[in-house]
Design a protein around this ligand. Structure first.
Ligand code: SAM
Ligand code: SF4
Length: 363
């Protein structure tokens, strides 16, 4: 039987304010801006998440409306614009890139893009995908191009729920095949992302833990965030990190192992019986990790968002297309970083949900 997603239309509505990187803003930085991106709370940017397309073959209910209108191709950053932006960012201390979307596997020249990014001075290139489109040879091609790791999203291991949530013709079996192939071609560690929503899939937490053990992968459980396309999020629908861990502990005892890196979003757990696989919890809502944030995000149409929850977006595409030199692009990244907000403010009375959903930011 299919369980319907809760529909609650009382989430606070927000907006998006697009800011031009004009002369006044750029000159606020000064000429001796150095070679790192440090914000006004002393956080240093090391990670860039890039939405390589706004398109997707799924319409996950919490992410994309069925009648979504995608941007025209000319509005999206080209591969060479992405590579140039990442090159400048890497010269300013960015070490890790995550390619996301929309669904990055619909991007027609993804492996060529990865090849060009690999030639830059970067530690890590990762990809987040819904796992429905790639063949084993596609994954091999991405690995050969220089991709290090892959994260596959899967919110339910039950075929009827999967079909309901993704509104797609794909299947759990198909996505798990991608996970297996990714392991086989060496895109390790392979991670599975699951967003846990009350009244929808929290009863599957033990099964998701079983999946981590049987496949020997990291299953990362994500608290539902107010970044849904329908703006139906509400706090009651958030299954908290504590609840998730309690539910899994009832089946398999977990041992906390902390964060793999101080800036990593997930807190990790291993299985007490020594079984393969791990659990990670991304508790953005109940245990915010904003004070350790090291990320900037770039939307498909070339707007830099200093935070997932930013309602201000900075238009870097215009600079890239107007002939700005690398130093001006670097200066713009410094100016944007200095305007990074302290935290997401989800729990504040006057919190405004950004109008841009996760699919248009790049989760
Ligand atoms: N299409 C790819 C995929 O599904 O993996 C990449 C883009 S998708 C927007 C990236 C991740 O964001 C997915 O794991 C998805 O489940 C997650 N996501 C989307 N909306 C979310 C929300 N409101 N709260 C928490 N996670 C969300
Ligand atoms: Fe597409 Fe990923 Fe959003 Fe689902 S979560 S609609 S797969 S972008």
């Amino acid at each position: 039987m299919t369980t319907a997603l809760p529909v609650l239309n009382n989430a606070p509505k927000g907006g998006s304010n697009i800011r031009v990187l004009d002369h006044a803003l750029l000159s606020s930085v000064g000429e001796d801006f150095g070679s790192e991106l440090r914000d006004s709370y002393n956080r240093v940017i090391r990670d860039l998440r890039i939405c390589v397309t706004d398109r997707c073959n799924f319409r996950c209910r919490y992410c994309m409306e069925p009648d979504i209108r995608f941007k025209r191709k000319v509005e999206l950053l080209t591969d060479s614009e992405i590579v140039r932006l990442v090159r400048v960012a890497s010269q300013m201390g960015v070490r890790r890139i995550r390619l996301t979307g929309g669904e990055p596997m619909v991007h027609p020249t993804l492996s060529a893009l990865i090849r060009d990014l690999r030639a830059l001075d970067l530690e890590d290139i990762a990809l987040t995908t819904n796992g429905s489109l790639s063949t084993k040879s596609d994954l091999q091609e991405l690995k050969d191009a220089g991709l290090d790791r892959i994260t596959v999203s899967l919110d339910s291991v039950r075929e009827d729920r999967f079909a309901h949530i993704t509104r797609s013709q794909s299947s759990v079996a198909r996505v798990l095949q991608t996970v297996q192939w990714a392991k086989e071609v060496g895109l390790n560690p392979v991670k599975i992302n699951a967003v846990v929503i009350r009244g929808f899939n929290e009863d599957e937490l033990p099964e998701l833990a079983d999946l981590a053990r049987t496949m020997g992968v990291d299953v990362r459980l994500i608290e539902y965030m107010p970044l849904d396309s329908g703006q139906r999020w509400e706090m009651d629908k958030v299954v908290t990190a504590d609840e998730m861990i309690e539910s899994i502990n009832a089946r398999h005892e977990l041992v906390p192992i902390g964060r793999p890196r101080p800036h990593a979003p997930a807190t990790g757990y291993r299985f007490a019986d020594g079984s393969e696989g791990k659990i990670g919890v991304i508790a953005t809502v109940t245990r915010p990790f904003c004070n350790a944030c090291s990320r900037l995000r770039v939307t498909a149409e070339g707007r830099v968002m200093p935070c997932l929850f930013s309602t201000t977006e900075w238009d870097i595409r215009t600079l890239l297309r107007d002939g700005a030199d690398d130093r001006t692009i670097a200066k713009a990244l410094v100016a944007i970083t200095l305007r990074k907000q302290a935290g997401h403010r989800i729990h504040d009375q006057d919190y405004q949900q950004p109008s841009r959903p996760m699919s248009a930011i790049g989760g």
